[in-house]
Design a protein around this ligand. Structure first.
Ligand code: T4K
Length: 368
């Protein structure tokens, strides 16, 4: 059986990668902000249209160390419809997550509910551009300014996107990206933070290197989150092909839409004309009463045929057993409902149209 998983890492041609890393056999410089790191950082700034960026080991450390670098205390408003990383980054900093519900159409933070959650302990907002859907950035900025709150976007899903022509990394005080193997753009493992304030950048740079300030001074309790030269080289190579990869993903998404658009009981991702998408994920929400089958029944039908759709993002982070029932999931009813009904379908640049057709055929055979 031809197995199809939810995604497949994009990789450059092996010779291209070997050429990119070959100089390391002369220099023996493998990590600690070497020449590949520097080159990749410069190329990213120009590709993303940002002034400041720093590279890290992964998207999680980007979130965690950005919060630490901002020296925050108190509550951070976020959403539970996300990967574990977003909430964990808050909790691991000794901060208290406060969960805001999500917009039923694009699944990002519902800004109509945001203001009611602000207390005198709120220090920041951490919204998630989930699936590559862009948050209501203008409204978030307005509220943040009014209450003098920091905004740190979890931009793990949005590499390569723009909103109203502006690079997505230019919003908020900081935007944190993931370059994990499963992302539209990968450095094997990797992450980055785009930031406005250079002081934040300096703090972040130190925190990713144990808090080392100078040869004889360690001024903060940092971590080790430096991107190594092999990962940076992978990024340099993959970046050369990214536009082409996104174009191929777009075609796959169009093929899915041609089959599934207008089918009663299926809700496809909403499209914002102001966003240039990267086509990171293809979520479908199943309305069981109309479609006739549940999301889990469709998931099982696909699995029987070797197709690995995923229930991203189920369960909600505010229901994790790690939190011992501390959070009331009924306060985020839209997120709860979507998380129980959503499936993300396989999506990657080289997914064959025949496979998309087969996946859709199986889904439609579940309609009653
Ligand atoms: N914020 C958000 C909103 C995120 O979604 C994430 C990560 C983060 C923050 C944190 O960023 P990182 O610290 O990870 O950089 C995956 C990824 O591990 C994770 O990066 C991602 N989000 C999350 C949504 O998905 P799993 O446990 O579902 O991955 P896994 O191993 O089941 O892989 C999924 C599929 O990808 C496989 O079935 C096949 C394919 N694959 C996987 C790997 C590991 C490849 O083709 N190549 C590979 O090397 O978490």
């Amino acid at each position: 059986m031809n197995q199809i998983l939810v995604t497949k890492s994009s990789m450059p041609d092996l010779n291209e990668y070997m050429e990119e890393i070959s100089s390391m056999w002369d220099t023996h410089w493998l990590t600690n902000m070497g020449p590949k790191h520097k080159k990749f950082q410069e190329e990213l700034c120009s590709y993303m249209g940002v002034e400041n960026i720093d590279l890290l080991t992964n998207g999680h450390m980007a979130l965690e160390l950005t919060l630490q670098a901002l020296d925050l205390h108190g509550e951070v408003i976020t959403t539970p419809f996300t990967f574990a990383s977003t909430t964990h980054a808050i909790v691991r900093n000794g901060l208290e997550p406060v969960f805001c519900d999500i917009d039923p159409f694009n699944y990002t933070m519902d800004t109509k509910k945001l203001e009611t959650l602000i207390t005198d302990r709120t220090c920041a907002i951490m919204p998630v551009h989930v699936y590559g859907n862009i948050c209501h950035v203008e409204e978030i900025e307005r509220i943040a300014r009014k209450y003098e709150l920091k905004v740190i976007y979890d931009a793990a899903h949005t590499f390569g996107e723009t909103y109203k022509g502006k690079g997505i990394g230019t919003f908020g005080d900081a935007s944190c990206f993931s370059f994990h193997a499963t992302k539209v753009f990968n450095t094997i493992e990797g992450g980055a933070v785009c930031f406005k304030d250079k002081k934040l950048g300096e703090a972040l740079y130190e925190l990713k290197n144990f808090g080392i300030h100078g040869p004889e001074e360690v001024s903060a309790v940092g971590a080790n989150a430096k991107m190594n030269e092999f990962c940076a080289a992978m990024g340099i190579c993959n970046l050369r092909h990214l536009d082409e990869e996104i174009e191929k993903r777009k075609k796959v998404v169009e093929r899915y839409r041609a089959h599934l658009e207008g089918i009663e009981g299926l809700r496809l991702n909403s499209i914002d004309p102001d966003v240039k998408y990267n086509y990171a994920y293809f979520p479908v929400v199943f309305e069981e009463r109309i479609f006739g089958s549940t999301r889990s029944e469709v998931f099982d039908a696909l699995a029987e045929q070797g197709i690995g759709a995923r229930k991203y993002f189920y369960p909600l982070t505010n229901t994790f057993s790690a939190f011992h029932g501390k959070y009331d999931v009924m306060k985020t009813p839209v997120a709860l409902s979507v998380s129980k009904r959503v499936l993300t379908l396989p999506l990657y640049a080289d997914l064959a149209f025949e496979d998309v057709d087969r996946i859709c055929e199986i889904i439609l055979s579940c309609k009653k």
